[in-house]
Design a protein around this ligand. Structure first.
Ligand SMILES: Cc1ncc(COP(=O)(O)O)c(C=O)c1O
Length: 376
């Protein structure tokens, strides 16, 4: 049977050689290779500093802590994201407060933000869903008015821009994921980027227990005693992860172009199918083309998922809205109907395979099976 994986990474021979070099060196943990990746990632984004961490979840957690957010505070975010986004707020000791999303894009509805503010609100986490940025200009101007911090969840959106603004440029900190299915990946991994030198050096301490010198500094230079001025976590990226990422980052624009082409082919092929909707790419947006999702009638969604799987096509659901997950229902009393637009997307959505090595004929096959399972 034909098999079309949901995702295939792009790690090539040069990436493997770079990892092999690290494995043959003495230094496996955070060192010069991480530093090289951090510098190149900052350069790609046009931001001042990057700190490599073990995951985007860790990055979100540290970012909130670094910005002084903790118990008693509220952080506004979207229910249409992976649970990691809201979990990180809880890890920091604060409370996540949701606003509903836009029907057109699935992104946090910036027009509803003001209605959810309270005296306890200290920050907003916009999530650039599937790779398309939220309305950062609107969110920044609201944040300025109410003195709120912004941490972007850019797990899907390294390559994105909107209205001439790149990812992280209007935020205090932006967080990225290099999880196994992301646009560039080290299996697990993440990064936080910021233009603030003070925040960057605080984040650097927080990712390694709160101590003020990394192992590389202690080992490769003359021995330096270290101190632990604050309590931090063990979230430091290692040289092996960084070695996997450096080459992918060099190729990132070419990889994006291939996904963009496949995305447009999906859109074209799907146009003629009644009952299927594709979320909109807004004018002025450079979409990072991370997850290609379609919205199908809710009553047919699970059947379509199973049919695609039976035909050998990898699928996913991005996402079930966070507020309806058992923990969130039980802890905060959320119920059906609280965020109707996110819930509607959650009942309809199916993510289809999308990655640079996917063939055009694969896209056509996926659409054929989708058409048959919807109308057959
Ligand atoms: C939108 C979003 N935020 C955060 C995360 C968490 O990323 P990580 O697995 O690197 O912690 C993910 C991962 O899938 C995600 O999709």
């Amino acid at each position: 049977m034909k098999r079309i994986e949901f995702f295939r990474h792009n790690i090539d021979r040069a990436d493997r050689a770079r990892v092999s070099q690290v494995l043959q060196s003495i230094f496996l943990t955070t060192g010069s290779v991480v530093q090289e990746f951090e510098e190149e990632f900052s350069h790609y984004l046009g931001l001042g500093s990057t700190i490599g961490v073990t995951s985007c979840t860790a990055g979100l957690h540290l970012s909130l802590v670094a910005l002084g957010i903790g118990p008693g505070d509220e952080v506004i975010t979207t229910p249409m994201s992976f649970c990691a986004t809201a979990n990180a707020v809880l890890h920091a000791g604060a409370k996540p407060v949701f606003v509903d999303v836009e029907e057109e894009t699935g992104n946090l509805n910036a027009g509803l933000l003001e209605s959810r503010l309270s005296k306890k609100t200290l920050a907003i986490i916009p999530v650039h869903l599937y790779g398309q940025m939220c309305d950062m200009k609107k969110i920044r101007s609201l944040a300025n008015r109410y003195r709120l911090k912004i941490v972007e969840d850019a797990a899907h959106a390294i390559e994105a821009a909107r209205d001439g603004v790149g990812v992280g440029h209007l935020a205090d900190i932006a967080c990225f994921s290099f999880y196994a299915t992301k646009n560039i990946t080290s299996g697990e991994g993440g990064a936080v980027s910021t233009n603030s030198i003070r925040t960057a050096s605080f984040l650097r301490m927080l990712r390694l227990h709160g101590i003020d010198r990394g192992a590389a500094e202690r080992y490769t230079k003359h021995y330096q005693h270290w101190d632990m001025p604050v309590l931090g976590w063990k979230y430091n990226m290692d040289n092996i992860q960084a070695a996997l990422l450096i080459g992918q980052l060099e190729r990132i624009d070419g990889l994006w172009k291939k996904r963009d082409k496949l995305w447009r082919l999906y859109e074209n092929e799907l146009q003629s199918i009644k009952g299927i909707r594709v979320l909109k790419t807004l004018p002025g947006a450079k979409h990072a083309r991370h997850l290609f999702t379609v919205l199908v009638p809710p009553a047919k969604r699970d059947l379509i998922l199973r049919t695609l799987q039976k035909k050998g096509i990898g699928v996913a659901v991005n996402y079930q809205p966070i507020h309806l997950l058992t923990f969130y229902r039980n802890t905060f009393g959320y119920k059906n109907g609280d965020y109707p637009v996110a819930e509607d997307i959650g009942k309809r959505t199916i993510s289809l395979p999308l990655y640079p090595s996917l063939k055009e004929s694969d896209v056509k096959y996926v659409v054929k099976i989708l058409r048959e399972s919807l109308h057959g």
